[in-house]
Design a protein around this ligand. Structure first.
Ligand SMILES: Nc1nc2c(c(=O)[nH]1)N[C@H]1C(S)=C(S)[C@@H](COP(=O)(O)O)O[C@H]1N2
Ligand SMILES: [Mo]
Length: 519
C-alpha cells in the first residue's frame, strides 16, 4: 500500500491518454461553469426586472457597433431570424471560450479564471454601454462571472488530482457527481430565472386585456387587392420586423409615459390613458425599411390607430427655430424626423394599434410613431418614451453616425410578386406586384419582357398616396426563359431610378428583375 503510494508520487507526468481524458473533463467543467453562470445571470436579471442578461448585453452592444454592410448581410442571411442567429452565435463563442478556460483551469486555475473574468468583464462593459440597462444592468453579467468562477474553482480542485493520477476512481466519481449537480442546478436556476423574468408574461396579459378604440372596419378599401397578389393588408404576424432590440422592451401600459419637451412653449407629459382620451384616427399606411433591397420584403401595409402628432405638437407649441424631433425608445434607439413632416397634412401619428389590435410587443407596444413617406429608421420609433423638439444641427439620431443618411424619404419603387416561384405554361399569364412612393403617389406601372418596350399595366384602386398600390398585367408567355422587369412612375410621371444602388446610405434603387421559365 505504502509502496504503491510512494510510486504514485514519482509518477509526475501521467500517461498521454489519461491527460487527454482529463482535458476533456476540464472542457466539460468549463462549459458547465459558464452555463451555471448564465443561469444565475438570468435569475439576477429577473429579480432586477432588467432584460440585460449577459448574452443580451453582449448582443445589444454588438448590434450597436456592427457596420452597415454586416447588418445587411445578417438580414439577407437570416432575415427576421437574425436575432436568434446572433444569440446562438454569442452563446457558441462564450461556451467555446469557457471550454478552453476549463481545460486551462485543470492545472492552473488562474489561467482558466482569467478567461472567465475577461468574458464576464466584456458582458459587464457591454451592459454599461446600453441606454436601457439603467443603474443595475451590469449586475446579471457580474453575477454570471462570479458564479462561473466559483464553479470553475470546484472543477479545478476535483480535476487536478485526476490529471496526476488518471485512474483515481474517487476523483472520477467526484467529477461525475459535480457535473450532474451543476447541470441539474443550472437547469433549475435557469427555469427559476424564466419564471421571475415574467414581466414578459405580465405585459402580454396587459396587452390582451386592453380595451382601445378600434377601427369601424378592418376590410381594405374596395378594389385595392389584385387577385393572386400579396395581401394588400399585411397581417401582423407576417409584418416585417426590423430593430436593434435583442430583448424586446417590455412596457406595461400603466407604466408608459411620454414626455414632449425641448424647443416648445409647454412641455407635455402623457400617460397611456391620456392618449386614449384624445381624438383617435385610423389610417392605412405602408411602412418600408431603408434596408429593403430591390425586390425585397421589408415592407408592409397596415391599418394604424392612434392620435395625430400634429395635434400634440401644436399643443406643445414648437419654437419657430425648431426643425426636427428626436424620438427615443425605451431601449435607447433614436430617430430624427423633420418637424415639417409631422405638422403637414400627412397625418403622422402616435400609433397604439395595428390592424385592429394593440401593437404587437415586437412592433412597439404600447406606442410607436408612424410617419407616411419616411423610412422607418428616421421616423417609426417603437416603444416610444420621449420626443424632443429640436434642430438637426443639435443631435445625431441612432443610424446617422453609422453611415445612413440623416433624412430618409422613401424612394419610388416597384416589385414583381407573380408569377415568382410558380409554374408558368405557354399562353396568357398574370404578372402582378406592388409599387410604392408613400406620400407622393404612383401614377403608372410598366413591365417589359427581355428588354423590349415598356408595357402599361393595370393599376388597382388607390387607397391613398400613403399606401402601396397593386398592379397586374396579362402576358402572352412564349416558351423559353424570359426576363421580366418592372418600373413605376410617380404622381408627376417621373419614372423610378433604373441605376442599381445598395440600401446604404439612403435606400436602394434599380429595377426588380426576374427570370421566368415558360414550358
Ligand atoms: N425602438 C426602435 N424603433 C425602431 C427601430 C429600432 O431599431 N428600435 N427600427 C426602425 C426601423 S429601421 C424600421 S424599418 C421600423 C420597422 O418597424 P417594424 O419592425 O414594426 O416593421 O421600425 C423603426 N423603429
Ligand atoms: Mo429600417
Amino acid at each position: 500500500m505504502n509502496q504503491q503510494l510512494a510510486e504514485r508520487e514519482h509518477q509526475i507526468e501521467p500517461p498521454p491518454d489519461g491527460r487527454r481524458a482529463t482535458r476533456w473533463r476540464g472542457a466539460v467543467g468549463g462549459v458547465l461553469a459558464a452555463l451555471a453562470g448564465l443561469a444565475a445571470g438570468s435569475v439576477a436579471a429577473g429579480l432586477l426586472g432588467t432584460s440585460q442578461t449577459p448574452v443580451v448585453a453582449i448582443g445589444s452592444a454588438f448590434i450597436d457597433r456592427v457596420p452597415p454592410w454586416l447588418k445587411e448581410l445578417a438580414i439577407s442571411w437570416f432575415g427576421t431570424n437574425d436575432k436568434t442567429a446572433l444569440r446562438a452565435g454569442i452563446l457558441i463563442v462564450l461556451l467555446a471560450l469557457a471550454a478552453v478556460g476549463g481545460i486551462l483551469a485543470v492545472r492552473r486555475y488562474w489561467a482558466g479564471a482569467l478567461i472567465v473574468v475577461v468574458l464576464g468583464g466584456v458582458a459587464v462593459a457591454a451592459a454599461m454601454t446600453r441606454a436601457d440597462s439603467g443603474q443595475t444592468g451590469f449586475v446579471p453579467s457580474a453575477v454570471a462571472g462570479l458564479t462561473a468562477l466559483g464553479v470553475l474553482r470546484l472543477y479545478s480542485s476535483r480535476l487536478e488530482p485526476l490529471f496526476r493520477y488518471p485512474d483515481d476512481g474517487v476523483s472520477r466519481r467526484g467529477f461525475l457527481q459535480l457535473s450532474a449537480g451543476v447541470a441539474i442546478g443550472s437547469a433549475a436556476i435557469g427555469a427559476l430565472g424564466r419564471v421571475i423574468g415574467g414581466n414578459r408574461a405580465a405585459v402580454a396579459d396587459a396587452r390582451n386585456g386592453l380595451s382601445i378604440p378600434m377601427p369601424p372596419s378592418l376590410a381594405p378599401p374596395a378594389g385595392v387587392q389584385v387577385e393572386g397578389g400579396v395581401p394588400w393588408a399585411t397581417p401582423n404576424e407576417d409584418f416585417y420586423r426590423i430593430d436593434t432590440a435583442l430583448a424586446v422592451p417590455q412596457i406595461m401600459p400603466s407604466d408608459w409615459k411620454l414626455r414632449i419637451h425641448g424647443m416648445v412653449a409647454n412641455e407635455l407629459n402623457l400617460s397611456f390613458d391620456d392618449l386614449l382620451k384624445r381624438k383617435v384616427l385610423h389610417k392605412w399606411v405602408t411602412l418600408t425599411c431603408v434596408s429593403n433591397e430591390v425586390g425585397g420584403d421589408l415592407i408592409g401595409n397596415a391599418l394604424w390607430t392612434g392620435v395625430l402628432l400634429k395635434d400634440l405638437l401644436e399643443e406643445a407649441g414648437p419654437s419657430k427655430d425648431a426643425d426636427a424631433i428626436q424620438s427615443t425608445s425605451k431601449d435607447g434607439f433614436t430617430a430624427g424626423t423633420p418637424l415639417s413632416t409631422l405638422l403637414d397634412n400627412r397625418q403622422a401619428m402616435l400609433a397604439f394599434a395595428m390592424n385592429g389590435e394593440p401593437l404587437p410587443v415586437e412592433h412597439g407596444f404600447p406606442v410607436r410613431i408612424v410617419v407616411p413617406g419616411l423610412y422607418g429608421y428616421v421616423s417609426a420609433t417603437k416603444w416610444l418614451v420621449d420626443i424632443e423638439v429640436t434642430r438637426f444641427d443639435q443631435f445625431e439620431a441612432y443610424w446617422t453616425p453609422r453611415g445612413w443618411s440623416e433624412l430618409g424619404p422613401i424612394k419610388l419603387s416597384s416589385r414583381i410578386d407573380v408569377p415568382l416561384g410558380k409554374k408558368v405554361t405557354v399562353g396568357p399569364t398574370t404578372v402582378a406586384g406592388v409599387a410604392w412612393d408613400q406620400h407622393v403617389g404612383v401614377s403608372k406601372v410598366e413591365v417589359r419582357v427581355d428588354g423590349g418596350p415598356w408595357q402599361q399595366t393595370t393599376l388597382a384602386a388607390d387607397a391613398s398616396i400613403d399606401t402601396w398600390r397593386q398592379w397586374h398585367w396579362t402576358w402572352d408567355a412564349p416558351r423559353g426563359t424570359h426576363i421580366l422587369q418592372v418600373r413605376a412612375l410617380d404622381a408627376q410621371g417621373t419614372p423610378q431610378v433604373e441605376a442599381s444602388a445598395p440600401p446604404a446610405p439612403d435606400g436602394s434603387t434599380g429595377l426588380h428583375t426576374i427570370s421566368v421559365k415558360v414550358d
